[in-house]
Design a protein around this ligand. Structure first.
Ligand SMILES: NC(=O)C1=CN([C@@H]2O[C@H](COP(=O)(O)OP(=O)(O)OC[C@H]3O[C@@H](n4cnc5c(N)ncnc54)[C@H](O)[C@@H]3O)[C@@H](O)[C@H]2O)C=CC1
Ligand SMILES: O=C(O)C(=O)COP(=O)(O)O
Length: 526
């Protein structure tokens, strides 16, 4: 039975799903070295934002197939290291969107009406009405940095409260922003014009300290900033300074450069600064959503099914996978075949999508072809997660071309591999029932289904040669299941494709190559 380690607190609904297929161990708050020590026995790891899945944890996780993040941000996971090791990383892209957006709005209103300090004051026996005079958000300008899922929901709510909306997001179109009711502006204008600024971007090298002393200098002295996205997007030292010096009016932070927040000048600031301990996703609803979403994906992957929200398999979404499944099998088979024909090191692979296939997203097909191509070298170590990276690391140049004018079959795939031992190509298509047929080898037309053991020869089309190969195989007790010859002109060059019931015994290939007229011969196992 598979084993899943849950190393951060997740909702029971997730544990129940995992328990259907695996032994589930919940061990939260593990010291880093303890996690490294125990991870080798686990097939899956389920986390939230507290566990740091470092390169060390990943290398130790020899059995790991999947890391599931019950939430959005995967910045606590070394995703490149997981990818290299063929481990799927999944998250729950939408499970806590509303929770995080509502927390940002709650912080904005709390900042405006000084609610945390007013509450503390009343609870301590005071009645200080003059001290807590706030500001309205109505007709104020909200600058949203990052107009993705959370940013868009914040926009919808803020709009309903009568706020004017500006947004900065270099990856969003003006039309999309307008549709949400936001004016897309550059960062400089957003900083200068906004009364409230809310951050909803991932933490990346580009966004680290995006809000620094220089940014605070541009902001209105009445401006307030909210960070419900990631710690480190705001330079905390510069923020403390900006608040103290009155360069801005206030800030509300849910996330910090280092969590839990240790010694920090932010703790010493007054009512104009609100701090919450990374509560954006902490609603009962969101925790059920993310736990179910991620547990289901872990369960599926452990059962050999695809994950629907893998962050490190670009383009392989479940609906795409479902639609392309037969073509992925085709691409993988042809990749495996062409690598065996090529024999040596492959330097470049041209993936040519033809006919109907040309109108599909090529990325999954290319990944499947590479997975097949690398199978001989890496066996089970290659998968959809690491195929592209493994190919890149081996210096294999991948070229994608398409031609939707080709009219044979519903769609066909042509792979051309150039390598240290020459150039080889294969074409394959799917028949109506989804059966794969190899329709071309090195530009010679054939029509055979791939089988487990195959023999391909390149020879001169001349009388007697087929018989000779047949009797040679017979003399080694190899049974031929089917045989086909492809040629372009009579008595020119030709290919022979044999499906064999048994693997070719050692030494037979050398004998075949001695037959007059045989130019080349390849055994293939698919
Ligand atoms: N405080 C909490 O508990 C929670 C925090 N989060 C965090 O919220 C953030 C946003 O999450 P989602 O909206 O779900 O993500 P998303 O992927 O839907 O949206 C992110 C947006 O940021 C934009 N973006 C990326 N780089 C940018 C840049 N340099 N400048 C401006 N825009 C940029 C993208 O184009 C995208 O539209 C993430 O960092 C996530 O980890 C999410 C849930 C809970
Ligand atoms: O989903 C996210 O990105 C979050 O930041 C939520 O973090 P959490 O799962 O509450 O530790």
């Amino acid at each position: 039975m598979s084993k899943v380690l849950v190393s951060d607190p997740i909702d029971q609904a997730g544990i129940d799903i995992l328990s259907q297929v695996a032994q589930v161990d919940v061990k939260t708050g593990l010291p880093a070295e303890e996690l490294v020590r125990i991870i080798p026995e686990y097939d899956a790891l389920m986390i939230r934002s507290e566990t740091r899945v470092t390169q060390e944890v990943i290398s130790a996780g020899k059995q790991l197939k999947i890391i599931g993040r019950a939430g959005v941000g995967v910045d606590n996971v070394d995703v490149p290291a997981a990818t290299r090791q063929g481990i799927v990383v999944v998250n729950s892209p939408e499970g806590n969107t509303i929770a995080a957006a509502e927390h940002a709005i709650a912080l904005m209103l709390s900042l405006s009406r000084l609610i945390p300090d007013a509450n503390t004051s009343v609870k301590s026996g005071k009645w200080e009405r003059k001290k807590f005079v706030g500001a309205e958000v109505y007709k104020k300008t909200l600058g949203i940095v990052g107009l993705g899922k959370i940013g868009s929901h914040v926009a919808a709510v803020a709009k309903a409260m009568g706020m004017k909306l500006l947004a900065f997001d270099p990856f969003i179109s003006t039309e999309r922003a307008e549709h949400i009711g936001c004016r897309l502006v550059d960062m400089d204008m957003l900083l200068r014009e906004a009364d409230y600024i809310t951050l909803h971007i991932p933490k990346t090298p580009e966004t680290a300290h995006l809000i620094n002393a220089e940014a605070f200098a541009k902001m209105k002295p009445t401006a307030r900033i909210i960070n419900c996205a990631r710690g480190g997007i705001i330079d905390e030292a510069a923020l403390a300074e900006a608040v103290k010096e009155g360069k801005i009016a206030g800030a509300a932070l849910d996330v910090f450069e280092s969590e839990p927040l240790g010694e920090s000048p932010l703790r010493d600031l007054g009512k104009e600064v609100i701090l919450t301990p990374h509560l954006g996703a902490s609603t009962a609803e969101a925790q059920v959503n993310v736990a179910i979403d991620v547990a289901e994906q872990i369960r599926d992957v452990l059962l050999g099914l695809p994950a629907r929200s893998a962050v490190n398999i670009p383009g392989l979404y479940p609906d795409v996978l479902e639609k392309l499944k037969p073509y992925l099998r085709l691409a993988e088979t042809l990749g495996n075949l062409v690598s065996q024909l090529a024999g040596g090191r492959v330097e470049s692979l041209n993936v040519h999508l033809q006919g109907e296939l040309a109108s599909n997203d090529s990325k999954p097909i290319v990944i499947a072809a590479l997975k097949g191509l690398l199978y001989q070298a890496l066996r089970e170590r290659v998968n959809y997660v690491n195929a592209s990276i493994e190919a890149k690391e081996r210096g294999i140049r991948v070229i994608e071309t398409r031609d939707n004018a080709v009219r044979d079959y519903a769609g066909s795939l042509h792979l051309e591999a150039k390598g240290s031992l020459g150039e080889h190509s294969v074409t394959g298509a799917l028949l109506g029932d989804g059966e794969i047929h190899i329709t071309d080898i090195n530009e010679f037309p054939i029509n055979v289904p791939p089988t487990h053991h195959m023999l391909f020869t390149l020879h001169r089309d001349m009388p007697g040669i087929i018989g000779k190969i047949g009797s040679l195989l017979g003399s080694f007790n190899v049974n031929i299941a089917s045989m086909q010859v492809g040629r372009k002109i009579v008595r020119g060059d030709a290919v022979m494709v044999l499906s064999l019931d048994d693997p070719l015994p050692e030494g037979v290939l050398a004998e075949i190559l001695k037959v007059p007229g045989i130019r080349d011969a390849y055994t293939v196992t698919l």
